[in-house]
Design a protein around this ligand. Sequence first.
Ligand SMILES: C[S@@+](CC[C@H](N)C(=O)[O-])C[C@H]1O[C@@H](n2cnc3c(N)ncnc32)[C@H](O)[C@@H]1O
Length: 219
Amino acid sequence: MARRIQRGYAAWARVYDWFARATASVGGVRADCVRALDLDAGDAVVEFGCGPGVNVPALREAVGPTGRVIGVDITGAMLERARGLARRRGWENVEFVRGDATRPPVRSADAVLATFVTSLFSDPYAVVSEWCALADSVVVAAFAPRGSRPANAALSAFARLNGRLFDVRGGDPLDQLDARTAATGRALADRMETVSEERYLFGTISMYAGHGPADDRKG
Ligand SMILES: C[S@@+](CC[C@H](N)C(=O)[O-])C[C@H]1O[C@@H](n2cnc3c(N)ncnc32)[C@H](O)[C@@H]1O
């Protein structure tokens, strides 16, 4: 699975970078994710599956010059783009680590963010549960086919087009997206003290924000 993801995203890193930047403000979901992290100046925030670093400017602004932003991604070509961005902007408090978010290479942080990544995991409940042990604040945005019929049709076409990445093996890709996003929400509900959910873009994207002290997890 990891190899399939790396191959898929390596081939599309440049196009994805352009697309994600061009649409970064659409629906306001990325800005809301960063706001929901509730970051303070000086915080350390980890972004799993950071891709080409589209969320990094806002994260960096939220933690200020004394804070740290650590981007983790499994695809070298995505990280190259993220590192190029950091170099061009002269950022010193941002680092990018090649690693697998399902086996986090980071032990602790003040906050964890993941946007449009958890749908790629076969067991998002387990992965997100692990993230909850790392930080007091965990925010995840993921595709969720819970909107209008046309919105679901568009999402279904997108999921079929990316069937190899989402590891869709027959069955309805919408059911799989829904199950994986619901599992993400359940992990946060089971592990964090408080969880909120917001929907975006006609119900096709859910954002879950979980908060609670890392050393006082439920269960
Ligand atoms: C759809 S892109 C999202 C990128 C970024 N979060 C954004 O919102 O633009 C998914 C990213 O997740 C990365 N990814 C997928 N599985 C991963 C894993 N197990 N560990 C780390 N990164 C992963 C891919 O390489 C890709 O860069």
